[in-house]
Every structure is written in structure tokens, then in C-alpha cells.
Design a protein around this ligand. Structure first.
Ligand SMILES: Cc1cc2nc3c(=O)[nH]c(=O)nc-3n(C[C@H](O)[C@H](O)[C@H](O)COP(=O)(O)OP(=O)(O)OC[C@H]3O[C@@H](n4cnc5c(N)ncnc54)[C@H](O)[C@@H]3O)c2cc1C
Length: 318
């Protein structure tokens, strides 16, 4: 689709961020626009350069890892989506180029159907390819960096660049990609990415496997999640990263649980009784509740274990 009325007709002024957040938190935003594919993304940059949409631009996928501010945001929330699953990924043997808005569980299912292994861990992560590229999403000992060969980005000037995965500075749930002004990268020692760029897609590579083995891998991942995580309640997944120090095998969840904090709450946000590293919105919870609980939990864990927990969720400031 070329530049035209396509995107402009989908600009929604004065929306609430909570509608685009998996934990249903967040105040007003000046505008929201849903985008699918590079031509529409180029159109959004061009609308912005002509000041036809308010700035700055904030790129998101499913909002499954972002704590939006109660006070809201100035600018335009740009949601990367997939209009059509089949045309948004191009397979060639064990490799696939997937657009940023593609949902991770659908990607895991499609890889399994084709008998391509290595994608199973994505089956229960409720985000998009763009979010996983930025976050280096992972589960069960596997992470995005193990699949990713290159990342294609678009700069605000509309130029498209493909960067080898080695340039992304991947580490544990981090990348060079700050994503936007809220989340400046904590990774150093790599050439910075062009300011204000968006992830358009990624080239991924798995390995040849039997479809039935891939399917049982998917089923195992999903069953484990159902049993151990509050997947039916609004959350942002793991709140804290697992610490690199401390007793072996002590994940952030175990430290919180053994500090006796399951069920602790502030306002409408509660430490899940099913998994202590998940905070769930029990109804009406807001950013302030979440932050208060986060500070309280990390303070109690520090007192008890001498370990400083670092947030995994991206906390956006107004
Ligand atoms: C129930 C539940 C379970 C979860 N389990 C896991 C898990 O097992 N492992 C794991 O790693 N995570 C997990 N998560 C967290 C989350 O799903 C992942 O981090 C996911 O990769 C985020 O994808 P998203 O599309 O929702 O990104 P968002 O939350 O929308 O965005 C995350 C960051 O990426 C940036 N971003 C998103 N898309 C683009 C783009 N196209 N271009 C530039 N920047 C972009 C945003 O600005 C933001 O900084 C879980 C979350 C929930 C709610």
C-alpha cells in the first residue's frame, strides 16, 4: 500500500493507553494509529514530518511488557500489527523473514506446522516480533538472539537498513534497541542505532525437525505456563529479571515467594499467588499502585537477601 489515505483514516485521537496494555494500565494519549507493513510505516513517518500527527512517536506491539503512565503521553502511539498473517512472513527452508507486527504464538504454531524447530519457546509469549526483537524475549532457556540473524529497521527519514543480529548488542532481556525515548538502551560498546528508528521485521532461522516433535514442544511450553503462571489475568509477565547473584537456582519469583510476598497488594495490583514474579491487575489498578508494589517488593527482597532486583518491564515516564 503506498502513501495515501490508508493510515490517515485510521488515526484515533485521544485514546486511553490502558486499551493497548496487557495489564490495562495507562492514561490518555494524544493519538493512536495501527500500522501494518513498511509502506504504512513510511506513511506514518511522513505524516509526522508534515505535523499531521502529534509527536513524538511511541512504537509498540501488544504492550505486553510496558507500564504506561497514569498521566498519559503526548504524541502518537504507533501499534505495529499484522493485517494478513500469510503475507507477513516469508519462509525459505529453515529461515523466515517476519514483519514486526506478527504475533509470537502464531509464529511458533506456523514453524511447528512446517517442521521447523527452535521456535517452540515463543508459543506462550503474548507479544510481537518487534517487541521480541527489542526485548530479546526468552523462555525455558531459549531466547530471541538464538533465532535472530538480522533485523530490518526504518529510520524517520524512511530509509530501510538491515543490521546483522551481532550489531544488536543482545544480552539477558536487553538489546541496543531502546525502542524510543522512554527506554534508552542500557547496552554500551556498540554503534548506536539511528535515533527514532522502528523495527520493521527480523530474519530468523530454526532447524529441520519433525512436525509432531515441534507440536509436542509447543504443548509442553503451554501446559507449563498454564500450570505455573496467571495467564488468564492482566499482567506484564515477569516484573523483575532473574538476578545474576544470590543462591543458585533462586529466580526473582522464588526470592519474592520466599520473602512471603505472594498476595501482597497496593490498590488494584497484586503479587500473583500463582507466580510471585507476576503482578496482576485485580481491577482498577494503576501505574502508581504498580510502582508502589514494585518498590515495596524490591525493598523487602533487598532487606532479606541483599539482592537488588532489576525491573524487566519497561516503565515509561509521562
Ligand atoms: C502473560 C505474559 C507472559 C510473558 N512471558 C514472557 C516470557 O516468557 N518471556 C519474555 O521474554 N517475555 C514475556 N512476557 C513479556 C512480553 O510478552 C515480551 O517482552 C514481548 O516480547 C513483548 O512484545 P510486545 O509486542 O508486547 O512489545 P511491547 O510491550 O509493545 O514493547 C516492548 C518494547 O519494545 C518496543 N517495541 C515494540 N515493537 C517495536 C517496534 N516494531 N519497533 C521499535 N520498538 C518496538 C517498545 O517501544 C517497548 O520498548 C510476557 C508477558 C505476559 C503478559
Amino acid at each position: 500500500m503506498g502513501a495515501g489515505l490508508g493510515c490517515r483514516s485510521r488515526i484515533r485521537p485521544r485514546e486511553r493507553l490502558s486499551r493497548f496494555s496487557s495489564i490495562r494500565i495507562g492514561g490518555p494519549v494524544s493519538a493512536v494509529i495501527s500500522v501494518s507493513g513498511p509502506a504504512e510505516m513510511e506513511e506514518v513517518f511522513s505524516l509526522r514530518s508534515r505535523e499531521e500527527i502529534p509527536g513524538p512517536l511511541h512504537f509498540v506491539g501488544r504492550g505486553s511488557n510496558i507500564l504506561f503512565p497514569d498521566r498519559g503521553l503526548e504524541g502518537t502511539l504507533v501499534r505495529l500489527e499484522t493485517a494478513d498473517l500469510s503475507s507477513s512472513c516469508r519462509w525459505r527452508e529453515e529461515e523466515v523473514y517476519v514483519e514486526a507486527g506478527y504475533p509470537l504464538p502464531a509464529l511458533a504454531r506456523e514453524a511447528a506446522r512446517r517442521g521447523i524447530g527452535g521456535f517452540e519457546f515463543l508459543s506462550g509469549i503474548p507479544g510481537t516480533v518487534g517487541g521480541a526483537t527489542v526485548m530479546n524475549a526468552g523462555a525455558g532457556g531459549r531466547e530471541w538472539a538464538s533465532l535472530c540473524r538480522s533485523v530490518t529497521i526504518m529510520t524517520p527519514a524512511g530509509s530501510v537498513e538491515t543490521l546483522p543480529a551481532e550489531r544488536m548488542g543482545y544480552g539477558y532481556r536487553t538489546s541496543l534497541f531502546g525502542g524510543n525515548r522512554h527506554s534508552g538502551s542500557e547496552v554500551t560498546g556498540f554503534e548506536p542505532l539511528p535515533e527514532g528508528s522502528v523495527v520493521l521485521g527480523a530474519l530468523l532461522s530454526g532447524f529441520s525437525a519433525r512436525p509432531d516433535e515441534c507440536q509436542s514442544g509447543l504443548a509442553r511450553h503451554l501446559e507449563y505456563r498454564k500450570r505455573t503462571q496467571p495467564i488468564d489475568e492482566p499482567s506484564l509477565g515477569s516484573v523483575f529479571r532473574n538476578p545474576s547473584k544470590g543462591p543458585p537456582g533462586y529466580t526473582a519469583g522464588r526470592l519474592i515467594e520466599e520473602t512471603g510476598l505472594k498476595g501482597e497488594f497496593r490498590g488494584g495490583i497484586m503479587v500473583s499467588r500463582r507466580h510471585a514474579n507476576f503482578f496482576v491487575n485485580t481491577g482498577g489498578g494503576c501505574e502508581r499502585d504498580f510502582r508502589e508494589l514494585l518498590d515495596y517488593v524490591s525493598g523487602r527482597v533487598r532487606e532479606r537477601w541483599g539482592i537488588v532486583l532489576e525491573p524487566e518491564v519497561r516503565v515509561w515516564n509521562a
